[in-house]
Design a protein around this ligand. Structure first.
Ligand SMILES: Nc1ncnc2c1ncn2[C@@H]1O[C@H](COP(=O)(O)OP(=O)(O)OP(=O)(O)O)[C@@H](O)[C@H]1O
Length: 579
C-alpha cells in the first residue's frame, strides 16, 4: 500500500525576509544566498523558502553553513586604526549604506512531511531569486526534535495543517534541554523525546569543564518530573550528583497525586558484590597475571561451583573444589590460592552472602546515585559489571515473561531502566581492559529490545570503545578541542554533519550540539539552567586558602597546645627534637 500524499503544510506566521537565492552551491543540497543584513543571519540559522513539490506547496527548511563577505569597503579604508573606515569613505564621497553584502551557503534539510513525521528532501534546489525567510520559532520547536508530529497534531480548528500551531509543551515525556543558540533566549525551546534516548542510548561528550555533568543534571531533572518518573541509576565515580536530592523539595517536581522523586545514594558499604555473581572472566580481570594453566583450573572450578544450588560460596569453597579436582599439592591451584585471597577474599567489596536487592536499587520515580569516589577504578568497574548484568537479566526475564514460570526464581524488573555513566570511558574503554565492557556492549546493542538505556558521559570520546559509542543513538556534544577526540566524534556520531562539528572547538560552557535519534536534524543549543544546584563546581582555591589560613591563625599551634604552661614556647615545632 502506498503512502497517501501528505497534506500541505504552512509555516504559520512567516519569519523575516533575509535575502534571495543566488544559485546552486558546492554540493547537491547546497545553495548560495546573497544578503545585505549580516546581523540577522548567523551560521547555523534555520531559514525557509516555499517550493511546490509534486503539486503541493511546501516550506523547505535549510541551515546556513557558511558566511563570507561578498562586497565591503576596500581594505585600504581600514589601514589607519585611528580613523573609522566610514570617515574615509565619507571624505572620498563613497556611499557606505548597504555596501556590505554577504554570501551565505545553506544546506537543504527538507520540508516537514506530516505523514512520514520527519523531514523529506525535495530533491530540488530553490531557483535563483527565490525569497528566503528565517524559519518561524514555533515551527522549529515542533519539527527540529523527533516528536513525531503528524497532521492531526498540527491541524487547526479551521482544518489547516500549521506546524507553528503545535504546542509541544503540552506533551508528556519531553526533556526541556534549552533553546536554540542562534535565536533569542527561550525563543525556540528544545524539547527532546525522552523515549528516544532512553531506548537507543545517549552520549554526552565534551572537554573537561564544558558542562557535561551540568547537562546530565538537566536531563536527570527532566526525567524525574511527574510526567516521566524514570528509574535512573547513576554510576558516579566522582561524587558529583549529591545535590540531586534537592528535587524532593522543589514544587516543580511534585505531582498532583503526591508524587515526589526519590533520590537514593549508595556508598561502597552497601554495594558489596556476592562472589557467586562474578563470572570467571570477571575474576580473571582482577587476578594478577594468571598463567594459562591457572586460568584452565579456575574456569573449571568456577563452572562446578556455579552449578551448585547454594549461591553463598566463597574463595575457601572454591579452593576446596579445585583441590578435589586437581589434588591437594597442585602447584597451579597453590598459585591461584595466593591470588584469589589477595584480590577477592581480602577485598571488602566482595562477600559470600550479601547481595544488594535490585528492588532497593531501582524503582520508577527513583534516581539512585552510586557514589564510588572512594573505590579503585577496577572496583568501580566490578560493581558496574555485576549490577548491569543482574539488571539486564532481570529486564530480559520481564520481557520474556519468565514471571509466568513457577520454577523461575530469578529477579524480574517490570519497568524500563536508564543508567548513566560519568567517566564512561572508564567502564567501556577502547583498550578493552575492563570487565564491564562486555555487558555494556551487550546493553548498547540489545538494550533497546529490553527497555534498558545507557547514557555515557565522557571527556575523552577517543578512549571509549567505538562499538559502545557508535550505538549511542542520541548525542549531546559540547566543546571539544582535542583533534583525536574530534576525529572519534566524526567517525562515531554519524548524525552530526561536518558543518555542525566545525562548531565544536568554539563552543563555550553550556553550549551544545544535540544530534541523533532524538532529533530530526542536529541543532546548536544553550543548555538551560539547572533547577537544583550543580554539584561539580571547581573548588575556589584562593578563597579556601584564605579561610583555611585564618582558621589556623585562630587555633593554637600544635606546640602551644602541648605546652601546659611553664615552658618557653616559641610556637615553633623543633623538627630535630631535643639536641
Ligand atoms: N547550561 C549551563 N548554564 C550555566 N552554567 C553552566 C552550564 N553548563 C555548564 N555550566 C557551568 O560550567 C562549569 C563546568 O560545568 P561541568 O562541571 O558540568 O563541566 P564538565 O564538563 O562536567 O567538567 P568535568 O569534566 O571537570 O566534570 C560549571 O561551573 C557550571 O556551573
Amino acid at each position: 500500500m502506498s503512502t497517501p500524499p501528505s497534506s500541505s503544510t504552512t509555516t504559520g506566521s512567516n519569519g523575516d525576509l533575509i535575502g534571495t537565492v543566488a544559485g546552486p552551491g558546492d554540493g547537491p543540497n547546497e545553495f548560495f544566498i546573497v544578503t545585505p543584513d549580516e546581523q540577522a543571519v548567523k551560521t547555523g540559522e534555520f531559514i525557509t523558502y516555499s517550493v511546490t513539490v509534486e503539486g503541493t506547496p511546501r516550506d523547505v527548511i535549510a541551515r546556513v553553513t557558511n558566511r563570507e563577505q561578498a562586497r565591503g569597503l576596500p581594505e585600504t579604508f581600514m589601514a589607519d586604526p585611528h580613523v573609522a573606515p566610514e570617515a574615509v569613505a565619507g571624505t572620498l564621497g563613497v556611499p557606505t549604506e548597504d555596501i556590505d553584502l554577504y554570501r551565505l551557503e545553506a544546506t537543504v534539510i527538507g520540508f516537514y512531511d506530516t505523514n512520514m513525521e520527519t523531514f523529506s528532501n525535495p530533491r530540488q534546489l530553490p531557483r535563483p531569486g527565490t525569497q528566503l525567510r528565517t524559519a518561524p520559532d514555533a515551527m522549529l520547536e515542533a519539527v527540529l526534535p523527533n516528536l513525531g508530529v503528524g497532521a492531526a497534531d498540527a491541524r487547526t480548528e479551521s482544518g489547516v495543517v500549521t506546524l507553528s500551531s503545535v504546542d509541544v509543551t503540552a506533551r508528556d515525556g519531553l526533556a526541556h534541554m534549552g533553546w536554540l543558540l542562534n535565536r533569542e533566549t527561550g525563543a525556540v525551546d528544545l524539547h527532546v523525546p525522552i523515549d528516544e534516548f532512553a531506548a537507543t542510548h545517549l552520549a554526552i561528550l565534551a572537554s573537561t569543564g564544558s558542562g557535561k555533568s551540568y547537562t546530565a543534571g538537566v536531563l536527570m531533572e527532566e526525567m524525574m518530573k511527574p510526567d516521566v518518573r524514570a528509574s535512573l541509576l547513576v554510576f558516579d565515580p566522582h561524587g558529583e550528583y549529591g545535590s540531586l536530592s534537592e528535587m524532593r523539595g522543589e514544587d516543580m517536581f511534585a505531582g498532583e497525586d503526591g508524587y515526589r522523586p526519590e533520590v537514593e545514594y549508595f556508598t561502597p558499604e552497601n554495594l558489596r558484590i556476592r562472589i557467586s555473581e562474578l563470572s570467571v572472566g570477571d575474576v580473571m580481570a582482577v587476578l594478577d597475571n594468571p598463567s594459562d594453566r591457572m586460568q584452565e583450573r579456575l574456569a573449571e572450578g568456577w563452572r562446578t561451583m556455579q552449578q551448585r544450588e547454594s549461591r553463598t560460596w566463597g574463595v575457601d569453597e572454591l579452593l576446596d573444589e579445585m583441590r578435589n579436582q586437581y589434588g591437594t599439592d597442585d602447584a597451579s591451584v597453590g598459585a591461584l590460592e595466593w591470588r584469589l585471597r589477595r584480590s577477592i577474599q581480602r577485598n571488602e567489596l566482595f562477600t559470600t552472602d550479601m547481595n544488594v536487592p535490585l528492588d532497593d536499587l531501582v524503582a520508577p520515580g527513583r534516581c539512585t546515585v552510586l557514589q564510588m569516589d572512594t573505590l579503585s577504578r577496577r572496583d568501580q568497574q566490578m560493581i558496574a559489571t555485576v549490577l548491569l548484568r543482574r539488571l539486564y537479566q532481570a529486564r530480559l526475564a520481564a520481557v520474556r515473561e519468565r514471571g509466568d514460570d513457577p520454577n523461575f526464581d530469578g529477579d524480574i524488573i517490570e519497568f524500563p531502566l536508564f543508567s548513566l555513566f560519568e567517566e564512561g570511558h572508564r567502564f567501556a574503554p577502547a583498550t578493552g581492559d575492563a570487565p564491564s565492557l562486555g555487558i555494556m556492549r551487550t546493553i548498547t546493542s540489545e538494550g533497546r529490545k529490553f527497555g534498558f538505556g545507557l547514557g555515557i558521559i565522557s571527556q575523552r570520546p577517543s578512549k571509549i570503545d567505538q562499538d559502545v559509542l557508535s550505538q549511542c543513538g542520541t548525542q549531546v556534544t559540547m566543546k571539544i578541542q582535542n583533534p583525536t577526540d574530534q576525529k572519534a566524534i566524526e567517525s562515531s556520531v554519524e548524525a552530526a554533519g561536518e558543518d555542525v562539528l566545525r562548531e565544536l572547538p568554539g563552543l563555550t560552557p553550556g553550549q551544545a550540539v544535540v544530534s541523533g535519534d532524538a532529533m530530526n536534524t542536529p541543532v546548536l543549543i544553550q543548555v538551560r539552567q539547572r533547577h537544583t544546584q550543580h554539584g561539580a563546581d571547581s573548588i575556589p582555591a584562593t578563597e579556601e586558602w584564605r579561610t583555611a589560613h585564618e582558621q589556623r591563625q585562630e587555633q593554637p599551634t600544635r606546640s602551644e597546645g602541648a605546652d601546659m604552661g611553664g615552658g618557653d614556647s616559641s610556637g615553633e615545632v623543633d623538627l630535630l627534637g631535643d639536641r
